[in-house]
Write a protein that binds this ligand. Structure first.
Ligand code: AMP
Length: 207
């Protein structure tokens, strides 16, 4: 099954994707993670992507589409995948339509006030990508791989505001674009609760 996760940054797409991967086996393809890996390299491209990400803006469509196209052509994506953070513009969505058929778009819905609170207290594991929240996790060490947790540069207040504006302007029109395949879930409650509705939906879809 080929799934897209839509929703503002901080709405819980990454956490949801990990749970879907755990139970259904489809790989999670996070363009944010792919770009964070590029940024670690020592190249002109890495420096360019780094400065874009730090401002909260979007990486140009052409590069983003190319990276996703390459990634989903790999063997582990043969039976399906979960796109987390892509597409983020109508242009990207149109390009994706030409590459493959998407079965379903899951919209992870959360109000901006809660998002700002969650992002500013979010802790990320730089090694395995696991996500924690400092409100309910009282340690700096990742439970899964023991790396030291960090606050992402783009989870700082000024950048959060910009990322939400970019979402509103560029990405929210995708809700309409995928209206024929949209499943909406609120992530206002626990991550497990959000996942329960999605799991039921996916199991029915697969019947
Ligand atoms: P994320 O981890 O999904 O919040 O992404 C972090 C940053 O990576 C974004 O703020 C963008 O700068 C960049 N990025 C991730 N996905 C995309 C995309 N589909 N198109 C353009 N830029 C992206």
């Amino acid at each position: 099954m080929k799934i897209i996760l839509l929703g503002a940054p901080g709405s819980g797409k990454g956490t949801l994707a990990k749970k879907i991967t755990r139970d259904f086996g489809f790989p999670q393809i996070s363009t944010g993670d792919l770009f964070r890996a590029i940024v670690k390299e020592d190249s002109a491209l890495a420096r360019e992507v780094k400065s874009i990400m730090e401002s909260g803006a979007l990486v140009p469509d052409e590069l983003t589409i190319e990276i996703v196209k390459n990634r989903i052509s790999q063997k582990d994506c043969e039976n399906g995948f979960i796109l987390d953070g892509f597409p983020r513009t109508v242009n990207q969505a149109k390009a994706l339509e030409k590459i493959t058929d998407i079965d379903s778009a899951i919209l992870v819905d959360l109000d901006f006030e809660t998002i700002i609170d969650r992002l500013s207290s979010r802790l990320t594991c730089p090694a395995c990508g696991e996500i924690y929240n400092s409100h309910n996790y009282d340690s700096e060490i990742c439970q899964k791989c023991s790396a030291t947790l960090i606050q992402r540069d783009d989870d700082k207040p000024e950048t959060i505001k910009n990322r939400l504006e970019v979402y509103e302007k560029n990405t929210s029109p995708l809700i309409n674009f995928y209206s024929d395949r949209l499943f909406k879930v609120s992530s206002a409650n626990s991550a497990e609760e959000t996942y329960r509705s999605v799991k039921t939906f996916l199991e029915k879809f697969g019947e």
